[in-house]
Design a binder for this molecule. Sequence first.
Ligand code: ADP
Length: 664
Amino acid sequence: MLIVFRKLPLTYKLILIGIIPIIFLTYFSVVIYREQSQRVALISDHIERVQQSEDLGELVIELARERKFSFQYAIKRADLEEIAEQREKTDSVTAILSASDDVYLKDFEKYTSLDQLPAMRMNIDTGKNFVPRKILQFYTDVILRLTTINSSTPSSHTFLQPVYQDLITQRTLSEMIAYLGIIRINIFEALYTGQDMQESLEATLGDYKTFISYEKEFLAKASPQSISTYNNRKKLSDYKPTRDYIDRLFSKMEFDNTYDADAWWKVSTEGLKTVRQQQRNLWSSVDKRMKVLYEKENNYKISTFVFLIVSMIFVVIFVAYSINDISKLLRELKLAARKISKGETGIELNNMPTGVIGNLAKSIAQIDKNNVQLARAADEIGKGNFSVLIKPRSDNDLLSHSIKQMKKNLREFTAQKDKLQQETLELVNKRDEFFSVASHELKTPVTSLKAYTQLLLMDQLELNGNSNHEVMLKKMDLQINKLTCLINDLLDTSRLQNGKLVYTKSSFRFDEFVSEIVSEIQLTSDSTHIIIKKNDPVEVNADRDRIGQVLTNLLTNAIRFGRRSEEIIVESTVEGDHVICSVRDFGEGIDADQQDKIFDRFYRVSGNNLHTFPGLGLGLYIAREIINRHGGSIRVESTKGCGSTFYFLLPIHEDDTIIHELSS
Ligand code: ADP
């Protein structure tokens, strides 16, 4: 289970974390709401109960009246109108109660024997089975039974506290009134008939004791206000004569002459009315306060409901927002980590919270910072700055240790390389010096050799001597010329290296110059025909001999390497403030990867009939240097097997300073 939870994606975990409190909140919300609804229902039930008590009280009163009239009617067989009127009142209150569908009142007519009332009335009216006491007893039983229906004793919920005392004592008061009514009618009956008075008093003693017991209960349980009202009524109101008479009667256990039946009925009617008034006041006060309670609890229920809904919405929004925010933060961290894994730097993690995520963000930022520092250090080391300090963060900091080691190795390597470079430079210098000296030293004997060969050749021609000697002398002269060319190339290269090649600038017609050089070179080859295809007239300012050296080299190369072709095409075109001169042959051409290299010093294309075409690989190097130092450029276009075209570009009005500067 723990492993399953551990492997769960973080978003699901967060959703779970969010859902659990929502479930609890929903559960408690429902419980609280239900409890609140129950309270409201309970109060509403009590309100109904109080209403019923009032209605039952009314029925008891009406039945008590009917009992008196029935009794009088039964004895005297008079007051028919009064009894008919009373029966109507009783029936109308009964009808109200019968119409209720409350379970408390279900079939109450049956178990209270109220359903036998019509039969009893019939007996009274017809005089059949007529026993006055039986009539009285019937009504008394019904009244007592009706009083017990009103027995809804509320449980002592704290929210009912304000009305609790009045709620329970209103029932006691009902019992008191019921017994007071019975006592009253019994006394009336004894006074009215004047028969078995003592017997009747004794029979009523039990009811009197029950009444006193209920009164004690009332005084014990009722609210202080109800008690004081009751006591006041007992002492001062119309209730006093009734109570005094009853108390006197049952303490002495004999009738006196204070009242006759009618007077007693009148006095006790007033007395009972006063107590009933108190009951009514109690009911209406309970009813009012219950309604206030109902309002309060109902409002509380609604506000609880609204509060729960609002808090649930708030929790859902808060949880959703939190999940989204955490996911966003983690996404940012993931992106930052991914960037680092790809080797990127400059990670920015702003507005990060404190705690775990904040620490993670700080660690990522620290990694980034270290990477940048190490990269900069590596860069500096790469540039040869070995003074940068690399401080490994721990013994296990592989990267820092490696860079530190790399710095050490590189420093050693650089030192070795510098040493080698120095040695190489010295060697190159020595070589250049050797070239310079050797070519210089070679030049002098070769020049004199040339002179002597020329003299010998002239003598041979004049003397018209041995023709073999002449041929041999001509070959010697040719070889000396070649040797001279090689020595000149070496000398020029040496001068170029030392910056000692001197340029002498002059203005000349470039088109004439081209024709001249072409004619000269044409003389050296019978097999190749050099064609000047285009020759724009233009005057340039340059070192004529050196430019001539360039064009000669290109033409000689074209003859040498374009051997199989029969012609070479020369073009000289003016474009803007430049003149572009090209030499095209149809020889073997040059590989693309060699085309740049042929302008390097001592570079010759390998496998290019090196022995057939002797040379040192210096001609194009010297040509490029000369052209460059005139502020121009030289390049080649060639296709292997199809020939090559060499172009050189010269500014027409060349800036004097360039040559001067470079030659100095
Ligand atoms: P070299 O004295 O060897 O001719 P260059 O510098 O004049 O020296 O030429 C360098 C190399 O360039 C030559 O050895 C040759 O291989 C190549 N090369 C020069 N001109 C041509 C050309 N017109 N056709 C083919 N290859 C050429």
